[in-house]
Design a protein around this ligand. Structure first.
Ligand code: AMP
Length: 426
């Protein structure tokens, strides 16, 4: 037997319904915020992610699926959504007639990580990019969309962490201070931190190995190094979050894993007791330099991405209800060749009128057919036997009350219109 690749999932049955429901809720929220759907390719040229996400990030240095195609091009399966959308924004010159582009997506991402609960090699992300505004209002909107989404799904145990990485100038001064602080002790720190010290010192603050050491606890705080402009931006974000009554915690250690962030960064974590270690449900931030770095016009932007599998785990854990449509309007079975043929005809009529139904394709006996109707959670069972064929009528059973009706075949749609409350598709 050929089995699925490590770290991937088949999504079907109830899980399939859950993911479709979550996507529907996300799409409705996106509509409220006037965002447009975008689908970019699952694979892009490797250079996009190397330049966009950053060579020194964990994602690019350790986790990408890279391969050469048959034309010897370097290709990468997308590990995140932002770089592809920014590429598309530039390539399609979306900046020409829009002063604000709001683009949302929902789709699979690929990272070569060690699989565990809530962490896979193929996983789904939903996200939005708000491109074109440097206003703190855009940062606040991104955070508020995320919070709205979780609220709409009924998830209560969430914690919003925010921080500011400042602009390029503030960050450069801070990085110098950070390196100075760690210089004397860096050889005693973990190997990853030693590499980070050279390549991306900000990420030292993310370290899970040394995080309890004094040298970590006493590290200079980015927030103390913000210049006037950066400070004002962050203050306005805070003021507006307060205005909107959005609960948050300022987490000075939050730096996020990707290179492209500037100013506001944020993460939403599930703060549900016993939920497990993969508790960051989503995150994002402002990335004012990315579009220019990818050879586009100087354009500010902010966005977020959240992990759908982790979100569903959290919803399950909190026993949130999924609004999932179950059942069909009718299950139809015919007896004898003529009955079976007619069941096809009746099914078509129902489907043409937007009713959902299924027909018996196995020529089962009556008992087995009623069992099947229950399995499908059918509201009605339509029986087409020999007498029904001879006298051109249908026997219809309400599968809940067991009431039985005999109606002329031509009246089938009228019958379903009259009995609206029992059926699913009204
Ligand atoms: P990131 O792009 O790393 O900020 O990730 C955003 C969100 O995507 C995370 O908060 C997770 O919910 C989800 N995520 C990231 N990596 C994985 C993974 N390997 N498996 C499942 N979900 C993931």
């Amino acid at each position: 037997m050929i089995t699925k690749a490590k770290g991937t999932n088949d999504i079907f049955g109830l899980e399939g319904k859950k993911i479709r429901y979550v996507e529907r809720v996300f799409e409705n929220i996106m509509h409220k915020y006037n965002a447009e759907y975008i689908k970019t390719p699952i694979f892009e040229s490797s250079e996009l992610f190397h330049r966009g996400v950053g060579e020194t990030t964990d994602i690019v240095s350790k986790e990408t699926y890279d391969f050469k195609d048959r034309g010897n091009r370097s290709i990468t399966l997308r590990p995140e959504g932002t770089a592809g959308i920014v590429r598309s924004f530039i390539e399609n010159k979306m900046y020409v007639d829009n002063n604000l582009s709001k683009l949302w997506y929902f789709g699979p991402m690929f990272r070569y990580e060690r699989p565990q609960a809530g962490r896979y090699r193929e996983f789904y992300q939903a996200g939005i990019e708000i491109i074109g505004s440097n206003s703190p209002m855009a940062d606040v909107e991104a955070i508020s969309i995320m919070v709205d989404f979780f609220k709409q799904l009924g998830l209560k145990g969430i914690k919003v962490n925010i921080n500011s990485l400042g602009d390029f100038e503030s960050r450069s001064i801070y990085l110098d201070a950070l390196k100075k602080h760690f210089k004397s002790d860096i050889n005693n720190m973990c190997l990853d931190c030693q590499t980070r010290y050279e390549k991306n010192p900000l990420r030292i603050l993310d370290c899970k190995v040394d995080h309890n050491r004094d040298i970590m606890k006493n590290a200079p705080k980015l927030i103390d190094y913000l210049n006037e402009f950066s400070k004002q931006h962050f203050d306005e974000v805070i003021i507006n979050l307060n205005e909107l009554n959005i609960d948050y915690v300022i987490n000075e250690k939050l730096v996020r894993g990707l290179d492209y962030y500037t100013h506001t960064v944020f993460e939403i974590e599930a703060s549900i007791k016993g939920f497990g270690s993969q508790n960051v449900l989503g995150g994002g931030g402002r990335y004012d330099n990315l579009i220019q770095n990818l050879s586009g016009p100087d354009t500010p932007a902010v966005g977020f991405a959240l992990g759908i599998e982790r979100l569903i785990l959290a919803l399950d854990y909190e026993k949130c209800e999924f609004n999932i449509k179950e059942g069909i309007d009718a299950y139809i079975f015919g007896i004898g060749n003529l009955g079976i043929n007619k069941s096809l005809f009746i099914a078509k009529k129902l489907r043409d009128n937007n009713y959902s139904c299924e027909i018996d394709m196995f020529n089962k006996n009556i008992k087995a057919n009623f069992k099947q109707a229950d399995k499908y959670k059918a509201a009605y069972v339509i029986i087409i036997g020999e007498d029904e064929i001879k006298n051109d009528y249908l026997t219809i059973k309400n599968n809940r009350t067991k009431d039985e009706y005999h109606i002329e075949s031509s009246q089938i749609i009228a019958f379903f219109k009259d009995t609206k409350k029992e059926i699913q598709n009204d």
